[in-house]
Design a protein around this ligand. Structure first.
Ligand code: NAD
Length: 389
């Protein structure tokens, strides 16, 4: 089995799907790796480092696609719909793609690869079960995003984060409010605490209170019904507009008293809930900063513009996109470890095996045998949901 690692083509993408460190674990299971020249350079992994771990370096992208039975990428198909289209002509029957493919938001990008008989695994669809934790790229990338969000806020804020008692007087610590304490939110809390800020956090899932407190932050209690806000699987449910209206109302006081608000609230498969209105932004002190990590899912703040910085009433609203790509060394290290674990999970005796009885394989498999087989993606494409697996 030959795994190909092409250079990423999404604009601004600096990550790479496999790093040199994971190659020996793949080689042990009979997996050879071919890396496109300079694929890892922007992340801090030169060709020579891959060569030292036994990878073949290929200067021709076309040749890499011709050689590889499995292509691993960070952003493929729907996650790179424009620049990624150029790779379609290089794909062939029997080849597999593994990566973040955004099949639910951009399923159209799957049509041509599927027509060509390509098997596609989309890592966003990985079930969040204990057995799949080592492959969970969403958690890894959220960890990076939560960390970087705090650094962006700190760099933008006209204040310092820590309490300082100096001969020139006392500097009071920054007050940071984190909305949504999932993977990104918890990393943001920990990072803001390390910088010395006073941190508060809120999540609709009451279960996270203890985790928030264990990081040295205060859990904000809002008079909202939390028991109905969680699915049996431990995720946030989409709630009705009346709930969000009451949440905005009750959160308003905490928002106006914060120097930094970091929003990470999301509901899987849905548009992000609107939690901070323009009016609430206007109620914040001039110089305050909002970092909206949900910007790509529609944003938690009404004023967010994805990929842009908005100034309103003296408040700076950042809507960063693709944040993990801005910390490419460690984001790639984590992504590569996850992808290698996923590859090894699929491999038996040096071959990729589709064991559809296995939940991890079944849930991530979007296309095989010239058909979209994932029911949710079939539905997104307007195809009948009886066919497929
Ligand atoms: P996510 O990105 O979907 O959402 C981020 C957070 O926003 C969540 O904590 C959610 O509860 C919160 N949220 C949603 N609506 C909100 C609202 N109106 N107000 C405030 N907060 C709101 O979530 P995630 O970070 O990917 O994961 C969340 C859950 O999944 C956690 O329980 C986590 O422990 C679990 N998880 C499990 C595994 C595993 O077992 N393998 C792996 C990763 C995550």
């Amino acid at each position: 089995m030959i795994v190909g690692v092409p250079k990423e083509t999404f604009p601004g993408e600096r990550r790479v799907a496999l790093t040199p460190a994971v190659l020996p674990s793949l080689a042990k299971r009979g997996i050879q790796v071919v890396v496109e020249s300079e694929a890892g350079t922007a992340a801090g992994y030169p060709d020579s480092a891959y060569g030292e771990k036994g990878a073949q370096i290929e200067t021709s992208r076309a040749e890499l696609f011709a050689l590889a039975t499995v292509i691993v990428q960070v952003r493929a198909l729907g996650a790179n719909p424009d620049a990624g289209r150029a790779a379609n002509d290089l794909l062939r029957d029997g080849q597999s793609i593994i990566g973040l493919c955004d099949p639910l938001s951009a399923p159209e990008a799957f049509r041509e690869p599927v027509r060509r008989g390509v098997t596609v695994f989309s890592l966003e669809l990985l079930p969040r079960i204990t057995r799949a934790q080592s492959m969970d790229v969403l958690s890894s990338m959220s960890t990076v995003a939560g960390y970087k969000a705090v650094l962006l806020a700190a760099a933008e804020l006209p204040r310092m984060f820590p309490l300082l008692m100096t001969a020139a007087g006392t500097v009071f610590p920054a007050r940071v409010f984190v909305v949504g304490a999932g993977v990104a939110g918890l990393t943001a809390i920990a990072t803001a605490r390390r910088l010395g800020a006073v941190v508060e956090a809120y999540d609709v899932r009451a279960a996270v209170k203890e985790q928030v407190e264990s990081l040295g932050a205060k859990f904000v209690e809002l008079p909202l019904p939390s028991e109905s806000a969680e699915t049996a699987g431990g995720y946030a449910k989409a709630l009705d507009e009346e709930f969000y209206r009451r949440q905005r109302e009750t959160m308003s006081r905490v928002v106006s008293g914060s120097d930094v608000v970091i929003t990470t609230a999301q509901v899987p498969g849905k548009k992000a809930p609107l939690l901070i209105t323009g009016e609430m932004v206007a109620g914040m002190a001039p110089g305050s900063v909002i970092v909206d990590l949900a910007s790509e899912q529609g944003g938690n703040c009404e004023l967010t513009r994805p990929g842009e910085t908005v100034f309103s009433h003296g408040v700076t609203v950042l809507g960063p996109v693709n944040l993990p790509a801005t910390v490419p060394f460690h984001a790639s290290q984590m992504y590569a470890k996850n992808v290698a674990a996923f590859l090894l999970h699929l491999t038996r005796e040096g071959k990729l095996v589709l064991d559809l009885k296995d939940e991890i394989t079944r849930e991530t498999l979007v296309a095989s045998g010239g058909e979209v087989v994932h029911p949710r993606v079939r539905a997104a494409l307007g195809l009948s949901t009886d066919a497929g697996i």
